[in-house]
Ligand binder design. Sequence first.
Ligand SMILES: [Zn+2]
Ligand SMILES: [Zn+2]
Length: 257
Amino acid sequence: MFIDTHTHLYLENFDKDREDIIARCKEKGVHKLFLPNIDNTTLSSVKKLANNNPEICFAMNGLHPCYVKENVEEVLEVLKEDFSNYEYAAVGEIGIDFYWDTTYTEEQICAFKKQINWSSELKLPFVIHSRSSLDLTIRIVGDAVCIPNQCIFHCFDGTVEHANKIIDMGMKMGIGGPITYKKSKLVDVIRSIDLKHIVLETDSPYLTPSPHRGERNESSYLPLVAKRIADIKEVSIEEVAEVTSENAKKVLSNIDL
Ligand SMILES: [Zn+2]
Ligand SMILES: [Zn+2]
């Protein structure tokens, strides 16, 4: 069994064929899908998809760093409130993104810290989005007091050194489509770390693996990521499926998979 720990299947990119994708996932052995939230406008779609597919889709709740704006406090309040109404799998996706915009640097950092605290308070794991900010993100996570559970550095794109810091904190790294790209710098990282630190993800509709690059991504492509990792590690794809699914179950442990 494969677990896609990160897909935005609730977005309108999938409105026309969402059920077909879920059917294709089943055919390919991708049996569990975790849905990271983006902001207050997407939360109802996340929950609707999870409610319609209670055995397959699991909702997360958090504010994506690219959507932190001047109204951040209000949005956080709305999101926080909803943890008392719904059983979420994790706090996510949260973090820091300096790639697109640094206008709200202070607000991003503050929202990230606040949401890590929610995770402690609610005893939920958290899922991190970090782009052009990995050193800072690792520092903030390292400094965060009383992390109850674990977290996933989703779409990890750092160095071996970054990976080792994350491993030392007992956290996992989400690996997706980019590992299948020619000249991916991640190959050296995957080669040097143990499979037990990795979970699989698509981040669909983004980051489509080869040979579908340029098309919309979907969770049924997850075995392509697993196959590439299997080739790099010189193990079977079954082993990658088994170990990464066990890892996902450990991190996202409040959901009985
Ligand atoms: Zn992300
Ligand atoms: Zn995402």
